[in-house]
Design a protein around this ligand. Sequence first.
Ligand SMILES: [Zn+2]
Length: 415
Amino acid sequence: MRFSEQLIKTTKEIPSGEQSRNAELLIRGGFIDKTMAGVYTLLPMGLKVLNHIVRIIREEMESLGAEEIFMPALQPKELWDATGRWDTMDVLYRVHSPDGSHEFGLGPTHEEVVTPLVKKFILSYRDLPRAVFQIQTKFRFEARAKSGILRGREFMMKDLYSFHATETDLLAYYERAAAAYFRVYERLGLTALKVRASGGAFSDFSHEFQVIADCGEDLIYHCDACEFAENKEIATCVEGAPCPTCAAGTIRVSKAVEVGNIFPLYNKFSDAFNFAIKNQDGTDQKVLMGCYGIGCTRLMGTIAEVLSDENGLVWPQQIAPYQIHLIQLGADDTVAEAAKDIYEKLQSKGVAVLFDDRTDVKAGEKFADADLIGIPRRVVVSTKTIQAASVELKYRATGETSLIPVQQFLDEPYV
Ligand SMILES: [Zn+2]
């Protein structure tokens, strides 16, 4: 993509009203645009990043044997009445039809839709287990929407629901789902902790996946030697105390961003929708459920916060909007031709390239934009590099810079 033709406008200005670093960097770098508090448009580069994140999540959910569906965001009040959550859920947007005849909820989560849906397909214990997931827009009224895309009022989320005949099967799947979550975070370049948390109205416990970061709204108590970690709300230990599960560690307290949560729901929702199956011995038994969420846009915001530096964003290669940020320095014909030639050759190889072909922008500004946008490799074509029959390659993450012969550069597998 040519910079001059893309819907992108970088800026040095800190956007007014934005207090969060993720929104500041993503708006300045041309990834998102703010529509109103907590609601953002994903611009072309932002959507590319989100799509890469979604692809990784989808692959890991499919590895759990889950099937992808797409449920409606617009949900009838009657389903929410069935679980009692119409009156109790404070984040639920409640809307009327224009003629005033019906009320609807805008889905903040989908248990009310997925439970009666899957019930239609499950007749006996032989039909279980089953798991479905979706990647969809969610709506939640957040009283305080000041954390950019870490806490939006409209956002993209992956939610997975599993259905089981026995508790053993539910808990085994729960562990497999947790392992898949760790694979997602690892592939995204994040280090997450699995943190024990309250089970709310559903069960004795749940788990959150937390990334330690100063921007985090949660406090976690975690061991510095083993995997023990608890959310502040249920913490049973204090800072500096010895770890209750291993002899060697000490409890630390850290701010963290929640990047996923998993709940064993047991029969909370199958009770509400009378979702039961015939057991082997002919008796009726309630189906047991689990639910598993990852905020996709929140992950993008977390990566923007955690993997950035004072100059801008630093995207991991797996989710970067482009693999190469090609910069043409100077407007003379030789440089323009050489840069265009490299751009076209990379494109023909299927490499995703952002080609800064602007001729009315100074070198310093192009370099600052490259640092702000955070594509893994910056490649400069200038009179100097042409004289050396080379290009200048700089890695965004390490700052490592070198001159590489043009052909050698083109032969690398930058996909
Ligand atoms: Zn420990």
